[in-house]
Design a protein around this ligand. Structure first.
Ligand code: ADP
Ligand code: MG
Length: 370
């Protein structure tokens, strides 16, 4: 049973918040933070009724990376019909929707604005609450969809194209950052290294495949940097520079590059930067459950290392299936449900933000029923 809020004017003419009981809470959610246009319909947070996505990856691959202006234009071209498709596939009509959830930060500002403005229009037209969702919180919530029994508190490692964060999930909407990358995100580093090795864009998955093709991870020595006084912070840019140097040196000496071994050495280095930090943070925060999230959580080596570390550390490990690791709107709908229950609402002044900490909420957020 969910609480549904509505405003009414009482006898004294004062606006009051009413609570209406309704069996299910249906959320239509929108994700346009980067190069995926996505719309989903979820019921009570964790049940996906529809999950639609149009990837622009082929378009941006022509340029070797995401072109922000093209991303925004493509979101605008597709979002309307994707929302219609999501409603059709979910078997709902417009007046079945109880709230609109939308990614408002962080991401490409123009791309985010397309989703935010579409969400505002829809919320206004349907007269339903508008719930702003932080993209990284969405990635964390992918685990709630994959594991219906999972509840906070737990420790989560979020590694994506734009972010690398270790966070303590104290409650659904109470999140504290324990550590973060000081420079490149892990996914960004995967993409850059893949590009150097001529694997195209985005190259994380291709680099993973190459690393699995029989390379020797001991062949190349790569750094595992530590940041003085900040044991849970990470740095990936030195790793990328080390790979560039190895490639240039091989070229200058006309030596053959063992790409499979370089890919395997790289994946091992990233994993050895991430996994020990997360395990140590779990001990310090006294968390028995660990989750991973984001596109890089699809990596074979990282998944395997987390699995064996969790087994030897006697901690429960939650890893979302591959389809929920990358950007999608179902995860935004799921987190939107918990934000909704916490009373988080935005009005028509909602803006998009290119950067924002996962633990923060924007100044507009109201918590009327908290
Ligand atoms: P963002 O939310 O920042 O847009 P995503 O969560 O969509 O990022 O993840 C995309 C990133 O994940 C890209 O950098 C991509 O290269 C990386 N990625 C995808 N699959 C793998 C993999 N198997 N191994 C390593 N990185 C991967
Ligand atoms: Mg993402």
């Amino acid at each position: 049973m969910c609480l549904r809020s509505a405003y009414a004017i009482d006898n004294a003419g004062i606006e009051v918040l009413l609570y209406m009981r309704k069996e299910d809470l249906i959320i239509l959610s929108i994700e346009t933070s980067c190069d995926e246009t996505a719309v989903a319909v979820t019921r009570n947070g964790r049940e996906i009724l529809a999950d639609e996505l149009i990837s622009q990856v082929d378009l941006h691959a022509l340029y070797g990376g995401v072109v922000p202006e093209l991303a925004s234009r493509n979101h605008a071209a597709h979002i309307g019909r994707l929302a219609e498709l999501a409603m059709t596939n979910a078997g709902i009509r417009r007046n079945d929707i109880d709230a609109i959830a939308v990614t408002y930060a962080p991401g490409l500002i123009g791309a985010l604005l397309v989703g935010v403005n579409f969400a505002k229009g829809l919320a206004l037209a349907l007269d339903v609450p508008l719930v702003p969702v932080h993209h990284i919180r969405g990635h964390i919530a992918a685990n709630y969809i994959a594991y219906p029994e999972l509840e906070p508190p737990f420790l989560c490692c979020i590694v994506s194209g734009g972010n690398s964060v270790i966070a303590d999930i104290r409650d659904y909407t109470d999140i504290r950052i324990i550590g973060r990358s000081r420079d490149d995100a892990a996914g960004e580093c995967f993409d850059k290294v893949a590009r150097i090795l001529g694997l195209g864009y985005p190259g994380g998955a291709a680099l993973d495949k190459l690393a699995q093709s029989g390379g020797d991870e001991m062949r190349y020595s790569l750094p595992r940097p530590h940041i003085e006084g900040r044991p849970y912070d990470m740095s990936f840019s030195g790793l990328k520079t080390a790979i560039i140097n190895i490639v240039h040196n091989a070229e200058q000496r006309s030596e053959d590059l063992d790409k499979a071994s370089l890919a395997a050495s790289f994946a091992a280095a990233v994993s050895e930067i991430l996994v020990p930090r997360v395990m140590a943070a779990a001990v310090e925060c006294d968390r028995s459950k660990i989750a991973i999230a984001g596109g890089v959580a699809a990596n074979t080596r990282i998944r395997a290392d987390f699995l064996s570390a969790a087994q030897s550390g006697e901690r429960m490990l939650y890893i979302p299936p591959l389809r929920l690791c990358g950007d999608n709107a179902a995860m935004i709908g799921c987190q939107g449900y918990y934000e909704f229950l916490a009373g988080v609402r935005a009005d028509m002044s909602l803006n998009a933000y290119a950067t924002m900490d996962v633990g923060d909420s924007a100044p507009f957020v109201s918590s009327a029923i908290r």
